[in-house]
Design a protein around this ligand. Sequence first.
Ligand code: DOR
Ligand code: ZN
Length: 345
Amino acid sequence: MVKLKLTRPDDWHLHLRQGSLMSSVVEMTARQMGRAVVMPNLSPPIRTVGESLKYRSEIIASLPKQSSFNPLMTLYLTDQTTKQDIIDASQNEHVYAVKLYPAGATTNSDDGVTALSSLYSTIEQMQKEEMPLLIHGEVTHAEVDVFDREKVFIETILDPLLKRFPELKVVLEHITTKEAVDFVTDASQDIAATITAHHLLANRNHMFLGGIKPHYYCLPVLKRRAPHQESLIKAATSGNPRFFLGTDSAPHDRLHKESACGCAGVFSAHAAIELYAEAFDKANKIERLEGFASHYGADFYGLDRNKDTIMLEKKSWQVPDIFEFSGAEVVPFFSGEDLSWRLVS
Ligand code: DOR
Ligand code: ZN
């Protein structure tokens, strides 16, 4: 049996939600990951250190007893976020970053930013405190084609922002395009990107093959195989430490996805590391998985790498069709399909 031992990975972009759904999904991540950067797009969003600590204690309370999983908290940037909010965040040991959602870009983003220019003093404080800005990089103007929203964001928002704040630490989250890969690769400043397993393993054809497939719908939306998916695979498996693991696993009730106005999000926490192993193995680069999954994110955030390890074995298994959580049915990524690597428990 082929086995692969890895430093325990971390998930640098995760949605845990709240209440009973959170209690159901958090254990799946905690089984695999040492830490996860927890997204603040709850309803209402997590805007202050106080709200963030309360949310963190709810997460900790729903973990299995012996778990040493560490949720790394983030604040949701709004038009009202102040310099003082950033100072408070940087003085707190549990808050690691601030998340920028352009208003209307995705799930629970109504309280997101409408004009970055009104937040310059807040962002300046982030630059000073070396507090990373995590970015959902899409413009929201109705006239911009949905498939071009990341590219246009990079050209019209991100590039000018980095010119104004050349020392701002930035993670461009869940990148989906060749333009994003090239931008991060060529950037001179402290900018990195997370890449999801679903953007490595699927492209926009999967969303339409044989009919519309709502469980492949996420934001930023899946792009073409060539050049976009191929660029992501190349970047993730390149050994470039500016690209690292962030699942963007986002559980939604099946009824909200299989609907006339289906919501965006792919749930991948049930098999996160196995899905990435599948993608790296397909690219004949399984030896590069450990850097991407377990080293580069911690290095970027200035944290120690995890000390313990996990073991994967190459043994085919079938992903469940559906998870029946209390109060929600969630269809996972790779539902009913085979994966070739499995975490040895
Ligand atoms: O597909 C997505 N789902 N993209 C996001 O940016 C948010 C996420 C969610 O919270 O459901
Ligand atoms: Zn997300």
